[in-house]
Design a protein around this ligand. Structure first.
Ligand SMILES: [Fe+2]
Length: 587
């Protein structure tokens, strides 16, 4: 059985679940080369998933979409919005948003978007079977069914999906039973998005910047007291509530995501995008992050005690918050965590497909071991591209050894190998790598290639055996979605990948799932004594991560990268500018 799951919104994506297993996944932005590709139908992603599996559209048994479309079409969501509006003062922006969702998720509109996209891209196929799966159930399915646990507490946290902002589930075997939900307007995702815009970054994009900035902030009692009026404990002692007058109900002079009441409450003008970052902004990020963590921890502590469940699966866009995840890890509340590696809405493509598959077959897939689920290119394709560009390159018997030698010399290398990874992190398939022993290499990556802000940390990839040596509290972490406390040796040996708060956002690399990247780390260890590399995504600021060899070559030549290890081929830039002979000077 072939099920295509898809998501259309910010970060549209598609996946293929084939005979119950996740066989392919890709975000549309990687193919259209347009960051986040907001609103596009992921038709190229659908095509790429089918191509990878050698299928055609005719082989697809069903499409799966991670929204509770019948609720929008049958009037339940309208009634839900009406109840909300009756409780709160009239708010035109919120009503416009509500009406927009009622139209966007209306069944006829959803079906027409799918039909049109497939007709335009593939010709005119018969309308496909389309199945719906509720949004938070999709987040939960992606988090639980891909986890290694037979039984777990499953928590999803996002801006909103259908009427929900948080859900808690008892996952057991092939079943997910809803235990608890928190509905609109009580959204931690919206709260964090509002603070993201308040601090001058784009919501649903710049949240990780706020998280990074929080590490530079200090405790600020005035902000803490103010924000406690925005998000606060509910009467039952474990839920939280969000006061809508600070985000929704009131004048929106600065942003649609927060009202002027919030500006007044904080006693600080919102930071304009690109304006100087001051200590107050760092402190505000610190307090917003603290508030998020405290509310999530209180909620999960309650359900840990109420259910006795010792494993936690986490999904939803807020689970991209590595700092919060690490706080959960350090809390010791659960024996083990599985954080969905693609927890944002793009991952609902996977969750919806797995949910529909479970509905049809009562099966769940094998635990997820890696996310190298995108397109791959063999050496013949790579060399064709290199030759087509007229580039000098050398074919290496051991690309890992040759790349390690360049990295040990302080070179910054583009690493393009095997099937592309899905999700927001580069995990050693489309990565920019550098020597983590020197902060200069970090600064060079920043200055010549990534143009990142000073407060954003670079992450280390290390062999799985090394995590105990370089962290104090590290565990297996193949998806770079947890941070651990850096050990003394890490501070001494790999300072370029230790964040200002003394943590490291680690990827542990396993020989079984990415043998070539593992061999590279081992080769680097043989040459330097350190099985760790600085790993950042293979893209420049504002662009999607590279997907094809052509994308990689373009980024390689348009940045300060020294070399490109692509398949078994190595391309190097000249180390010094070529001298011009007098007769070659253009007059
Ligand atoms: Fe969501």
């Amino acid at each position: 059985m072939n099920i295509i799951g898809y998501f259309q919104g910010i970060d549209p994506a598609a996946c293929l679940v084939r005979d119950g297993e996740l066989a392919a996944y890709i975000e549309e932005e990687r193919l259209v080369r347009y960051k986040h590709a907001p609103g596009l139908f992921p038709v190229r992603a659908v095509e790429a998933c089918l191509q990878q599996a050698g299928l055609t559209l005719a082989d697809v048994d069903a499409f799966a979409y991670g929204w509770d479309v019948p609720r929008y079409t049958g009037g339940t969501m309208r009634a839900f919005y009406d109840r909300l509006n009756a409780q709160a003062p009239h708010d035109e922006g919120t009503r416009r948003w509500q009406n927009g969702t009622l139209s966007w998720f209306n069944e006829a509109n959803v079906k027409e978007r799918l039909r049109l996209a497939l007709a335009r891209h593939f010709g005119a196929p018969a309308p496909p079977t389309l199945c719906f799966f509720p949004h938070h159930a999709s987040h939960a399915a992606a988090a639980f069914f891909l986890s290694p646990f037979d039984e777990a507490l499953v928590c999803t946290i996002d801006g909103s999906g259908d009427s929900q902002c948080v859900t808690l589930w008892h996952g057991h075997g092939e079943a997910l039973d809803l235990i608890h939900e928190i509905e609109i307007p009580h959204s931690l995702g919206w709260f964090y998005a509002a603070l993201t815009e308040f601090l001058g970054f784009a919501a649903y994009d710049g949240e990780y910047k706020v998280m990074g900035l929080a590490a530079y902030g200090r405790e600020n009692l005035a902000f803490r007291q103010a924000l406690a009026k925005v998000v606060f404990p509910a009467e039952n002692g474990f839920d939280y509530r969000v006061e809508p007058r600070y985000l929704h109900h009131g004048p929106h002079t600065f942003s649609g995501r927060f009202t002027d009441h919030l500006v007044e409450l904080l006693g600080l003008p919102p930071r304009a995008p690109g304006a100087l970052i001051e200590a107050v902004h760092e402190d505000l990020a610190f307090e917003a992050q603290r508030l998020l963590e405290r509310n999530v921890l209180r909620l999960l502590r309650h359900f840990r005690e109420a259910t006795g469940l010792r494993h936690l699966c986490l999904g939803g866009g807020v689970a991209l918050n590595i700092k919060m995840n690490s706080r959960l890890h350090r809390s010791g509340l659960f024996n083990d965590l599985f954080i969905c590696p693609i927890p944002n809405d793009a991952g609902t493509a996977i969750g919806a497909a797995l949910g529909v598959n479970r509905r049809l077959t009562s099966r769940r897939p094998a635990p997820l071991r890696h996310v190298y689920l995108g397109p791959a290119y063999d050496d013949a394709e790579v060399e064709l591209q290199l030759q087509g560009c007229g580039l000098a390159y050398r074919r290496c018997d051991d690309i890992a050894e040759a790349t390690a030698a360049l990295l040990a010399q302080g070179k910054v290398v583009g690493w393009f190998q095997g099937a592309m990874e899905g999700g927001p992190r580069a995990l050693g398939a489309r990565s920019i790598l550098a020597d983590p022993r020197m902060v200069e290499s970090r600064d060079r990556v920043n200055a010549a290639i990534k143009f990142r802000e000073y407060w954003r940390p670079f992450c280390p990839s290390m062999t799985e055996e090394a995590v105990g040596r370089f962290t104090r509290d590290g565990t297996r972490a193949p998806f770079m979605i947890l941070a651990f406390e850096a050990s003394d040796e890490a501070h001494r040996q790999v300072p370029a990948v230790v964040h200002v708060d003394g943590t490291m956002r680690v990827q542990t690399v396993e020989e079984g799932t990415n043998p070539r990247f593992y061999r590279l780390l081992k080769a680097f260890e043989r040459q330097t004594g350190v099985p760790v590399l600085l790993n950042t995504s293979f893209n420049v600021k504002g662009e999607a991560i590279v997907c094809s060899p052509r994308d990689a070559l373009r980024t390689f030549w348009s940045t300060g990268l020294d070399a490109l290890a692509i398949g078994n081929c190595l391309v190097e830039k000249p180390t010094t500018p070529l001298p011009l002979k007098p007769e070659e000077v253009i007059r």
